[in-house]
Design a protein around this ligand. Structure first.
Ligand SMILES: Cc1ncc(COP(=O)(O)O)c(C=O)c1O
Length: 477
């Protein structure tokens, strides 16, 4: 093709391709539509159900253009109104979500400006924001200055990064995998076992350490297992503790576990994905010893009430992290002179990634830290209030939790598990407030997980009224 033909063709293509470069009048109109939609959605949160047991429909991609307003209508019906409403304060199941508004603005700005946050050379500002969030976390958990960390998409990926560093530091390689031992409690989040499988450690020996009535690891039992394994010629390599178990809200005795790990030259990992930010509250003492961890994970999309998609991992041994994640290539030579640790890409498997630091940094700058702490304290009190009221209504309760997750069941005279399951079904069918269930100590239980920033006393009262109503139905059945 000669130049003239190319220019002709480019002009032709531009008539269509330039449609992607939305112009200001249309941008203003679209922003207004989205703002109106967001305001309507937020205003409606108090009056809509937390759970709709409904399938999503009509979301296929066709080549037919649709207007933003039509799509927002579709989104409301097929996305916002199906399943769990995770932005709602009435979400009291699993680990509730968040959705602080200022974090959404940060995402908008990050998407518009699209800086390359993974490589310091490519965006010193964005990489610095990512690193400043990590530095803030290091201070919060008394991790030393020379530890490293990065922001991930969530707890599961953070665990992968931490365990990969542990594996590489301890040189757990093909021939030795079957001799290496990992110590967990049955209360670890399943992303722990999943991570071991994904990073090629499926064949390590996993020991489940006994737990006490509060669902915390028994350290004498941990010590015993380790000694026994050493005597049998095995290699204790990793111990995983949890600061805020998903099912029971318990914090393992971190300091003692840290000491045991150190004495046996093991990697000590703490999963603080759900519970970590409670270190800023009146529960601080329970986190004593977390600073002994070789690695820890924490999820701002849980305890900082941010929208889904931001976790963090902190790791003390930067050499192990770099061993797993630092690579370079000819096409990256312009960035190669930068100090390695300034670039998030060297701490994480991700190269190009969402600039997620901004959605943590901006809300902390705008609101300051106090409202986050107040919100966490509120959740601790609300779980107490919920438990007190449930006890008055004749429910049995799990042990007093360390944090804001607990569980209960109704002591039906016969078929207790079956009837509590029925009660759960009634609660889901009602949907006004969402709760989820679990099996704890071989018993079917209903969980209370209070973490959404919009959960207030009125919502707990609504949950209690709904539970009473549902209980009546089960009793009549
Ligand atoms: C204690 C704990 N660890 C890890 C995870 C996994 O985090 P994510 O869902 O962000 O991958 C969860 C999720 O709820 C959790 O509660």
């Amino acid at each position: 093709m000669d130049s003239e033909e190319i220019i002709f063709k480019l002009n032709e293509l531009n008539k269509t391709s330039s449609q992607l470069n939305t112009q200001e009048p249309e941008r203003l109109e679209m922003i207004k539509s989205v703002t109106d939609y967001a305001n309507q959605f937020i205003a409606g949160l108090d009056s809509v159900k937390a759970f709709n047991d409904k399938e999503a429909d009509s979301l296929e991609i066709t080549n037919q253009k649709r207007s933003l307003n039509a799509l927002l209508e579709l989104y409301q019906k097929e996305v916002a109104e199906t399943g769990i409403n995770a932005a709602s304060g009435k979400h009291l199941g699993y680990i509730p979500g968040g959705g602080v508004f200022t974090a959404a603005l940060a995402d908008f700005i990050a998407a518009i400006t699209n800086p390359y946050a993974s490589v310091h050379y490519a965006s010193p500002g964005a990489a610095t924001i990512e690193n400043e969030v990590v530095n803030w976390l290091k201070t919060l958990f008394s991790f030393p200055n020379n530890s490293v960390g990065c922001l991930s998409s969530g707890g599961s990926i953070s665990t992968l990064i931490a365990f990969t560093a542990a594996r590489d530091k301890h040189k757990v390689k093909n021939e030795s995998i079957r001799k290496n031992v990992v110590y967990l409690s049955e209360q670890v989040h399943h992303s722990t076992q999943k991570a071991l499988r994904i990073i090629g450690l499926e064949d390590v020996i996993i020991r489940y350490v006994s737990i006490d009535i509060n669902h915390r690891i028994k350290t004498d039992s941990l010590e015993e297992l380790i000694e026994k394994d050493i005597s049998a010629g095995l290699q204790p390599f990793l111990v995983v503790a949890t600061a805020g178990t998903t099912d029971t809200g318990a914090i393992d005795p971190l300091s003692e576990i840290g000491t045991i790990a150190k004495n046996h030259n093991m990697w000590f990992h703490v999963d603080a994905a759900y519970g970590g930010f409670f270190i800023m509250t009146s529960k601080k003492a329970l986190f004593k010893g977390i600073e002994k961890a070789d690695s820890m994970i924490i999820d701002p999309h849980k305890g900082l009430f941010l929208p889904y998609g931001v976790g963090a991992v902190l790791i003390k041994d930067s050499t192990a992290v770099l061993h797993s994640n630092y690579y370079t290539a000819n096409y990256m030579q312009d960035g190669a002179s930068e100090e390695m640790l300034k670039s998030p890409a060297n701490i994480s498997p991700e190269l190009t990634k969402h600039f997620r630091g901004l959605r943590v940094w901006l809300p902390l700058q705008i609101h300051g830290i106090e409202p986050f702490i107040a919100c966490l304290e509120e959740k601790l009190l609300l779980v107490n209030y919920f438990r007190n009221r449930l006890a008055e209504l004749g429910f049995c309760l799990g042990p007093e939790p360390d944090l804001s997750v607990s569980y209960f069941w109704y002591p039906f005279e016969t078929d207790s598990d079956k009837k509590n399951r029925q009660l759960m079904d009634e609660i889901h069918a009602d949907g006004a407030v969402f709760l989820s269930s679990s099996i704890i100590d071989n018993r079917f239980v209903i969980r209370i997980a209070i973490l959404a920033f919009r959960t207030k006393k009125e919502i707990i009262d609504e949950a209690l009224a709904m539970i009473q109503n549902c209980l009546k139905k089960v009793k009549l059945d």
